[in-house]
Design a protein around this ligand. Structure first.
Ligand SMILES: NC(=O)c1ccc[n+]([C@@H]2O[C@H](COP(=O)([O-])OP(=O)(O)OC[C@H]3O[C@@H](n4cnc5c(N)ncnc54)[C@H](OP(=O)(O)O)[C@@H]3O)[C@@H](O)[C@H]2O)c1
Length: 328
């Protein structure tokens, strides 16, 4: 697979792998822990060099899983993880990006991942109680100490990105971005382009929606995040099928799958974009990485760009609790 650059010098595969679903959010895994380690190694053997995890996934166990998977192949993987939550008895209790907490998490993540340095350390959500300058300064110190290589932000606004970048260079911003979640286009993407910062869309397949596998009437497993997302409520899901139909039409014309078109569209939006689709299945890793070979025409891109405006999206991207968490 070809590579892309995040910021001036962090080179990663054009498509990465989100590991979150192996420990939470998408119901029972299709295999046991060893199988998931196998999937992570399969991904690296098939060209993926960028793996995304976070302290809070599990919590903790996702980093341990990724750490075990990459132990024999550390030199071939760029590992990204995230800090910024107050986790009490395994539950998120609001944000915490105080400098001492960032340092604690860095040390604990280094241990769980079994690495000497975290390649990319994101603040998971902006902390309203800690100035972003203090966060950037603390990560900058961790970089100087050799514990962290690159600094990232997640779901940060353009103003916050600028303030952080002025204190310590931001290499990448990770936010939700997909055919039906277009918020970063207004301010964040132009800011990143101007400042030379990379962009990592999370939930790039619309939490699986654009794969065509989430059909109206399909029950969600206990604990599945989609059961809490308004867009997946039966009435909204039925209305949103019109979006999927349009993507499927492009896919059929290009001899690709709808998931591949969703990813190819993201890749086509800008050269500094690196999506991280999440999957726990080898065959889907093959399918998703092959999106880099799908050639969308300028007309395809224009049609897909206009999708949300022409068809509309029914339902929010988060439920009420989730909206609060992302500061909406
Ligand atoms: N920064 C943040 O706040 C934040 C928030 C959410 C997620 N993330 C990161 O972003 C990553 C990706 O996001 P996400 O997992 O929420 O959403 P996603 O990548 O849009 O979708 C994941 C879903 O799609 C399914 N899937 C993947 N490829 C498929 C294919 N080719 N065909 C059919 N189904 C397919 C997966 O099922 P299977 O696993 O069963 O294949 C899973 O149900 C996460 O793993 C995490 O690392 C970050």
């Amino acid at each position: 697979m070809h590579t892309r650059k995040l910021g001036p010098d962090l080179e990663v595969s054009a498509i990465g792998l989100g590991a979150m679903g192996m420990s939470m959010s998408y119901g029972p895994n299709p295999g046991d822990r060893d199988d998931m380690i196998g999937v992570l190694r399969y991904a690296v053997d098939h060209g993926i060099t960028f793996i995304d995890t976070a302290e809070v996934y599990g919590p903790y166990v996702n980093e341990e899983l990724v750490g075990e998977a990459i132990a024999p192949i550390r030199d071939r993987v760029v590992v990204a993880t995230k800090f910024g939550w107050n986790i009490v008895d395994g539950r998120m209790q609001g944000t915490d990006s105080r400098p001492e907490q960032i340092r604690r998490v860095a040390d604990a993540s280094l241990k769980r991942l079994g690495v000497d340095a975290i390649d990319l350390f994101y603040q998971h959500r902006v902390d309203p109680n800690v100035p972003i300058e203090d966060v950037a300064g603390t990560v900058g110190e961790l970089v100087a100490e050799g514990k962290v290589k690159h600094f990232g932000l997640s779901e940060a606004g353009a103003g916050t990105i600028r303030r952080a970048h002025a204190v310590f260079p931001v290499t990448a911003v990770q936010s939700e971005y997909s055919l039906w979640t277009r918020d970063p286009e207004a301010e964040v993407l132009p800011t990143l382009e101007e400042l030379g910062i990379g962009f990592v869309p999370f939930s790039p397949l619309g939490k699986g929606f654009f794969t065509g596998t989430v059909t109206p009437g399909r029950p969600f497993a206990p604990g599945e995040v989609r059961a809490t997302v308004p867009r997946f409520e039966p009435e909204n899901l039925a209305a949103n099928q019109a979006l999927l139909d349009r993507v499927t039409a492009v896919a059929t014309e290009r001899g690709a799958s709808s998931a591949q078109v969703a990813l190819a569209w993201l890749l086509g939006r800008a050269p500094f974009i690196v999506p991280i689709p999440g999957t726990r299945r080898r065959e889907r890793i093959d399918e998703n990485t092959a999106a880099t070979t799908v050639a969308l025409s300028a007309d395809d891109m224009a049609d897909l760009d206009a999708l949300v405006d022409t068809v509309g999206v029914a339902g929010n991207r988060y439920g009420e609790a989730g909206m609060k968490m992302v500061g909406l």
